[in-house]
Design a protein around this ligand. Structure first.
Ligand code: MSP
Length: 630
């Protein structure tokens, strides 16, 4: 019998249309679901919406609508968005579904009868944006740490859940189930907070009625998180779905990890229900380095996102490749287009159209495919099992690079070697199977071109039928015209200006101050005010594939946050010498892409009088990061 695999997304608040942040978790869950289908598992993939709570009641009121009418109006937006991104979920649950409400009421009754719910009075802080209770200590200057708005003070009669009773049980559970809180680096913060203080939790509200009534006191509606978390379980109380519980993995964003790794297991323990196996919290996407939120006008919705390249697979690919899974990432239109052009169109798309064209002309001849020995399927499987999704994609693309090199090495356009062409076609089949979870529509098109094959890992063992008729078809990924030309122009102007300056200074043979790094923009020193120079600390130093002079530097720029720059310092400084150093950073230059890395500015350095060495201008250690100079 096939192994079952149950994967979920958070259920999204229906107070607005979905955006890139929601798309991210949903694509991750879809990729992981499809990957497990490839492995032959019996997969259940759940997504849906969180329809209740004060936040939604308030938004509906502002829109002059009844809450149910308001949320119903948003459901098609979510379903259409997921359809346009090719999300193949098995069930879409809503907390307003009658059978879900019934399950929540049954559980509340059970937990109440167990003695884990008691009546009391809550007086304290609440953030409606998070739908969360806060203590004074959690707030920053009286404001919610996430929404940065003043938390509301509420005082009301409420039912409490005896969360404190579960402190030891939770700690024991984390100890025994090492992967429950993932990634590993998010674990200790949760464990320390649980150890420090676990107070009973208010789980009912009385000052609005948009929620599930408590079965033992109808004046109260259930706290929205108690209601919402149980969606994962109630979805499996439906016909033929019982076998899927417990969930194998809940994918969530890092902001809701506490609810999922503390409240959720405690509720389940109290209700006597088996616990899910893993909660995996990913990082947040910013948009051009700014928080994505409606209040700052930086919400990027799904239609806009797809329209940037016209291809949903590019969005899926970018989001899966553009950030190390678990950590934060930054979205920019430029970075999306760069990856679409360089990786999907140039690497994958070109390989396919070249091989198709050559086979159409010359045919192919079956042989033992030696090229495919360089495809490390076990490594990819291992990475996917650990949810190192970006790295698994990187490994597949390493093989695509290898295939492109092979074309160059073997020159089949000259040799007309039918065996080489067979090796390439058979390798493309394997690439398409492995890439299908990530870019399904493109891989389905490749399968059509290459005679049709099943998207199963077992299929990797079967070689391509050499009788398959292969013809050159239209390109898979159209390259997008960017401002590249504009960039080149700007860059050459900038170089010309730098040269002029260099010449002047060189003549006097003075040591010169120079800007090292990549970031578009030349600096006219007569306009000093416009230059934003900051003190920054080098936190991480990494090599860049294919660049022997550049270091990729991760900077901490205090109030400006984290920045990345590519700097040509490799011949002057080792990584160890740079790490931890304070530098002066030009923060307001237009970013530019270097070897696939977005460089967000430059740093200040000086060259020695004989121009043989570049030396960093380094501020004293005790100057704080982010301090502006000038
Ligand atoms: N309704 C709750 C979840 C209940 S699950 C039982 C909720 N909804 S939400 O709509 O506000 O957010 C859903 C998810 O979107 C969260 O996991 C959150 O982390 C994620 N994201 C929202 N903005 C995001 C980014 N900018 N980047 C990445 N993910 C982010 O919370």
């Amino acid at each position: 019998m096939a192994k079952k695999f149950y994967v979920t997304t958070p259920i999204y608040y229906t107070n607005d249309i979905p955006h890139i942040g929601h798309a991210y978790t949903t694509i991750v869950a879809d990729v992981v679901s499809r990957w497990n289908k490839l492995l032959g598992s019996d997969v259940f993939f759940l997504t849906g919406t969180d329809d209740h709570g004060k936040k939604i009641a308030d938004t509906a009121k502002k829109a002059g609508k009844k809450p149910k009418e308001f949320v119903d109006g948003l459901i098609p937006k979510f379903k259409d968005a997921w359809k346009s991104l090719n999300i193949d979920y098995d069930q879409f649950i809503r907390t307003t579904d009658k059978d879900h409400e019934k399950v929540v009421q049954e559980i509340l009754k059970k937990v109440y009868e167990n003695g884990d719910i008691y009546l009391g009075e809550y007086e304290g802080f609440y953030c409606t944006g998070c739908e969360a209770y806060y203590t004074e200590k959690d707030l920053v200057n009286g404001c919610c740490p996430i929404h940065k708005k003043p938390a509301e003070i509420i005082k009301e009669q409420t039912y409490f859940f005896k969360l404190s009773k579960y402190q030891k049980k939770l700690l024991d559970f984390y100890k025994k189930n090492k992967n429950f809180i993932s990634p590993e680096y998010r674990k200790s913060e949760i464990i320390n907070r649980v150890k420090e203080d676990l107070r009973d939790l208010s789980i009912s509200r009385t000052n609005f009625d948009w929620g599930i009534p408590l079965p033992f006191d109808k004046k109260h509606v259930c706290y929205v998180w108690f209601d919402a978390l149980f969606n994962y379980y109630s979805a499996t109380r439906r016909k033929d779905k019982e076998k899927y519980w417990p969930a194998d993995v809940h994918f969530i964003g890092k902001d809701i990890i506490w609810f999922h790794t503390v409240y959720w297991p405690a509720f389940l323990m109290s209700a006597g229900i088996e616990l899910p196996k893993q909660v995996f919290a990913h990082g947040w996407w910013t948009f051009n380095k700014e928080k994505i939120s409606k209040s700052v006008g930086k919400v990027i919705n799904i239609d806009e996102l797809i329209s940037l390249t016209g291809n949903p697979d590019s969005v899926r690919y970018f989001l899966m490749r553009g950030a190390s899974f678990g950590e934060d990432g930054d979205f920019s239109e430029f970075a999306l287009i760069e990856r679409h052009n360089n990786e999907l169109a140039n690497k994958l798309g070109n390989l396919i159209s070249r091989v198709e064209g050559l086979i159409e002309k010359n045919g192919m001849q079956k042989c033992d495919n030696k090229l495919v020995n360089e495809l490390n399927v076990e490594e990819i499987k291992d990475l996917m099992e650990k949810f190192e999704i970006d790295k698994a994609l990187g490994e597949i693309f390493r093989f695509i690079d290898r295939c492109n090199e092979y074309v160059q090495e073997k020159k089949p356009w000259e040799t007309k070697d039918k065996k080489v062409l067979y090796e390439l076609a058979d390798s493309i089949k394997k690439i398409a199977i492995l890439l299908w979870p990530f870019i399904p529509a493109s891989c389905e098109r490749i399968a059509e071109d290459f005679g049709g094959f099943k998207f199963e890992l077992k299929e990797l063992g079967k070689s391509l039928n050499s009788k398959t008729e292969i013809k050159k078809r239209e390109v898979l990924f159209n390259k997008i015209e960017t401002e590249e030309e504009e960039f080149k122009e700007e860059k050459s102007k900038e170089r010309a200006e730098e040269k002029k300056k260099d010449n002047k200074i060189n003549k006097s043979n003075e040591p010169k101050i120079k800007m090292v790094g990549e970031g578009l923009g030349s600096v006219d020193f007569s306009e000093w005010d416009k230059i934003d120079l900051r003190v920054a600390k080098i936190e991480k130093v990494e090599s860049i594939e294919g660049a022997d002079k550049l270091w990729k530097l991760s900077l901490d720029v205090g109030e400006l946050g984290k920045r990345t720059i590519c700097a040509g310092l490799k011949q002057y400084y080792s990584d160890k010498e740079l790490k931890g150093k304070k530098i002066i950073y030009f923060s307001n230059l237009k970013p530019r892409l270097m070897k696939g890395v977005e460089s967000q500015g430059m740093l200040l350095a000086a060259s020695t009088s004989d121009h043989s060495k570049v030396v960093l201008i380094s501020p004293e250690k005790d100057i704080e990061n982010g301090v502006r100079i000038g």
